[in-house]
Write a protein that binds this ligand. Sequence first.
Ligand code: G6P
Length: 607
Amino acid sequence: MCGIVGYIGDRKILPIIIDGLKRLEYRGYDSAGVALVGNDSYFIKTKGRISLLEEKINNSYIDGNYFVGIGQTRWATHGEPSDLNAHPHIDCNGEIFVVHNGIIENYYEIKKDLIERGHRFLSETDTEVVPHLIEEYYEGDILKAVLKAVNKLRGSFALAILSKKERDKIIAVRKESPLIVGIGKNENFLASDIPALLPHTKNIVILKDGEIALITKDEIKIFDMQGNQIGIEKMEINWNLEQSEKKGYKHFMLKEIMEEGEVLKEVIRGRVKDEKIELNEIKDKDFLRRVENIYIIACGTAYHAGLIGNYILTDLLNIPVKTEVASEFRYENPNLSKNSLVILVSQSGETADTIASLRVAKKLGAKTLGVVNVNGSTIFRESDEVLQIFAGPEIAVASTKAYVAQILTLLLFSVYIGKIRGDVDEDFEKFIVGEIKRVSEFSEILLDKKDEYLEIAKEIKDLDDIFYIGRLLDYPTALEGALKLKEISYIHAEGYPAGELKHGPLALIEEKVPTFAISTDERVFEKIVSNIKEVKARNGKVYSIVRDDFKGIIKESDRSVIIPKTHIYLSPILSVIPLQLIAYFTADLKGLDVDKPRNLAKSVTVE
Ligand code: G6P
């Protein structure tokens, strides 16, 4: 959700804040604002994108002597996107500036109380109670006032706070929503995600839940919520600036899809040696022998990767495996024990529902395994075991390269646990390693077929409804293909198990409602032929994403994209590539903002 940046140092503050906001715009983009404080102060905010904020700045900015600045790009929760609801928010005297990511659950009671005490509110946001509470408690020490204020708040919040009375510091507070301090030389930075820091520093401190940072030009001090100073844990980012830039591509989404071949090599680097899979990162290997049941928990695209992991684990092991969306799992009564394994799949490692599920699993005594992209993220830190997916920074809201990396990581894990438990023998391991080694090369073949995808995109771009069908491992691919299309092109798309078509959706099939049929498994190849015939009989057009040897399907389809033959466990990595690129070209042809689709955000840090 919202992106926060902060800077304190001798450089020009405003360009650093604006650049940081642009790098975090994927987190939210309905309004934006900045506040600068020094001998002078400057404060501006607006509904709309950062480009609009820049226009307004160009018309109003007066260069001054500023020492410190904060900014925010918003994804609205409380209060519609508007100039007044944009951040920063201020106290009655316009001396305290606050930007926030998260939700303050008890803001209504606090606001009522503050109004009775004479505070004047300007917005409908939950955030605005924070500067007023700080004002209420301020007695000459901003840190103490912030401590008192945040102890009154319930909910999730990352806050950055400036005061005109103490112009040499930023106070940053983290409860659940992420915040990272970037360490510079005679300057320091603050951001809710790594890309904003990459142009400046690789040395960071990731604030932990319940920590408050006092950031000056030369120093970073960390406190707990009671005000006790605690030690700081520095770490180095292993991403580089280039990875987080567009590198000449029109959109991040296209760049990220085109990186998939490389990412697939990264996932197996150091993990696949000779003919074996070794996951040295797993600390408690004995536990894998004892596991009695497995849950896979995730949201969105990561959930679809989880469904694929579910299939492979069920196929290889003799124990129950269940995949659930995190927002459901966290409120259920799952069958967990000390011999349960809960796998949390998350690109960002910061998705609120997935974090909550992780904590539920731990509370119930299960072992947790995070399958995460962002090193140092909450799920990365709080899981008992972690497998990083090494996809590099993913900026486009629609997840693509992380998805293929999640599938491959889950496959490596499935074979590995199968081997440890005696369910996978050396011959199968050797065979699957051979297939795994070829998947990157196969992906490049598919990444090269852009003209084919563009032709299909031209045909579907003006339609209103599209179905995606598949069976077995092709079913999650159907779900993911439909999700990609709907989230960025706004065409209504639904993924279905192919056999379910005649239990409802077939009623909607007609000339203008085409179907994508995904077919990579020979066991159900003939069934898909029948499903395609059912669609054709209703005048529906069929696009198939199909293995090169399934001639029957190719013959029945209006157009086919041919997928190289590989083991069924790996085909979901390949068959999703055409669907990602078709979604991309469709949205681009429609002139939509592919990287920042309406109403969505990259990292959903609120419930
Ligand atoms: C949001 C993003 C999706 C992502 C999902 C889960 O909805 O737009 O692309 O799949 O969150 O995010 P995570 O970071 O946990 O994988």
